[in-house]
Design a protein around this ligand. Sequence first.
Ligand code: THU
Length: 129
Amino acid sequence: MTDEQLLQLANEIRERAYVPYSGFKVGAALLCADGTVFTGINIENAAFGPSVCAERTAFFKAISEGHRDFVKIAVTCDKKYCSPCGVCRQVMSEHAPDLEILMGNLQGTFKRVSIRDLLPESFTLLEDS
Ligand code: THU
């Protein structure tokens, strides 16, 4: 799975985003160590609080299907690039402390960062992190 393919999957799933309130569609594609990819979209709610970002949708789908070993996530939106929110960074840090993040857009260009860059000194209760 190339970076470009992962970004393409994020862009394809992005069309399914449920965003009647913000109108801002986000897509994510999470690559597991065994090559499996889980996609995610943002899903909003009239009560706002229950809304979930695309990145967390992908992570929670993967974890609930028994996957625990994550390599990379592509996130795309209709901006220069999509930088994950603070809540998603905390989730990434918990489940994938060495995660690589491809922050992409609809044109196919992207910025590569790591979760350690985006959330240094993250809160953890796990001794080996
Ligand atoms: N959103 C994501 O899905 N991922 C991000 O990284 C940033 C924000 C969503 C949340 C909300 O549905 C919409 O984008 C506008 O904030």
